[in-house]
Design a protein around this ligand. Structure first.
Ligand SMILES: [Zn+2]
Ligand SMILES: [Zn+2]
Length: 400
């Protein structure tokens, strides 16, 4: 069992680094010109901490009606334009703060008995070696209340179909161990690039997305996390974002209820999702907004330039997340310290408290009720026996 946890951890690191190399096909990073504006906008929002939530909301509403339109006209940015459109056409997705642990209602998910929880659901990415149900026993063994896993081999496009027997074993194991669907956050294979400039890769990625969402549904799971994609330096950011959203729309049309959860990235190479504006750009173009969410990876956020090592930096990030993406879209967290420095753009995970983010930052996260009731998954290096068990214990101790 320990060996397979180690293998899973190693697989995450190895494949992530291979993937990052592959995604850096061009040294020319895509830049988007919205950061500065959004940064100012968001800082304005956070400047008066003593404001009540209501007055903040009023201020945001005023800001939206004036400044966003101005930004849009000045910058011609796809994001702001689509936000402005959203305000007119889809008023129901206004960025409203949700109560801690209470998620947006998911229309077609009632069968899954989705209930908000008011506690931290901490776990780790575990191995499916020997069968999907083994992930459940591993999660139990390390004292996890949540877990992540791959749904099949993550190194190849093709995979053998999921057998009914295996799906049943997995569901039984989850039910016995009391893991409800919203505490499980499966991870998509790294080969996928749903924003790819290459038609063949794009079509393989889209087929994989549908296949994996269908697997989730057969396993009784309601969340599915994946990396948005990359321009590979060959198409514009807007084109790639459009392809990602279209991939999600197509996959939603072919499946019933699973929520596609976009992971924020580290701004490495040409990857998309390092900036919250990029995630928002995708969400804007997803038709069924009840089936899209975001998983916040702490290492990726830090490497992308959010200084969550400091209290102020953490607040700025959370305010930007709320303003740009919307807290109701937060459906999971990846808990990783960072080997790389702030803003280094490198996706290099480190054990909790051993990296540049530091233990105090994780204490803040653990005490923040905005993370209640969603899976919080460790993807840290497997440096010693029982490391996940120790880290989970350490994190739970911080939350009280
Ligand atoms: Zn990931
Ligand atoms: Zn991650």
């Amino acid at each position: 069992m320990r060996r397979s946890v180690r293998l899973a951890a190693r697989a995450i690191e190895e494949v992530a680094s291979q993937n990052n190399k592959a995604l850096q096909t061009s040294g020319q990073a895509i830049t988007i010109n919205l950061k500065e504006k959004e940064g100012n906008y968001s800082r304005k929002e956070t400047s008066s901490k003593s404001e009540t939530r209501k007055s903040k909301a009023r201020k945001r509403a005023r800001a939206k009606s004036s400044t966003e339109q101005d930004h849009n006209e000045k910058k011609g940015g796809y994001l702001i334009k689509s936000v402005a459109t959203e305000e007119k056409v889809k008023p129901e997705i206004k960025r409203v703060k949700t109560e801690p642990g209470v998620h947006a209602t998911i229309k077609s998910e009632d069968k899954l008995n989705f209930q908000p929880l008011h506690e931290k659901l901490i776990g780790a990415h575990v191995s499916i070696s020997g069968g999907l149900h083994n992930a459940v026993s591993e999660a139990l063994a390390i004292g996890a209340k949540a877990f992540g896993m791959f749904l099949r081999s993550q190194r190849q496009w093709m995979s053998k179909p999921l057998q009914d027997k295996d799906a049943e074993l997995f569901k039984e194991a989850c039910s016995k161990a009391n893991f409800s669907p919203h505490s499980i956050l499966p991870h998509g294979i790294y080969l996928m690039n749903c924003g790819s400039p290459d038609e063949e890769t794009l079509s393989k990625s889209r087929a994989t997305l549908v296949d994996e969402l269908k697997r989730c549904e057969r396993l009784g799971l309601c969340l599915y996390n994946f990396h948005p994609g990359s321009t590979c330096g060959k198409i514009t950011l807007e084109e790639s974002v459009g392809r990602i959203a279209e991939s999600i729309n197509q996959a939603h049309a072919e499946t019933k209820y699973v929520v596609t959860v976009l992971e924020n990235m580290s701004c490495q190479g040409n990857t998309i999702g390092g900036k919250f504006e990029e995630l928002r750009g995708i969400i804007d173009q997803v038709q069924d907004k009840s089936r899209v969410g975001v998983c916040l990876d702490t290492c990726h956020a830090f490497a992308a330039g959010y200084d969550i090592a400091s209290e102020r930096g953490f607040e700025i990030m959370m305010d930007e997340f709320e303003t740009i993406v919307g807290l109701k879209y937060l459906r999971g967290v990846h808990l990783n310290d960072s080997k790389g420095d702030l803003g280094c753009h490198l996706d290099r995970h480190e054990n909790i408290g051993k990296g540049k983010i530091g233990v105090e930052a994780f204490r803040r996260v653990m005490r923040d009720p905005r993370f209640n009731g969603i899976p919080m998954i460790l993807e840290t290096p497997y440096v010693s026996e029982n490391i996940y068990q120790k880290e989970i214990k350490q994190l739970y101790a911080m939350s009280t």
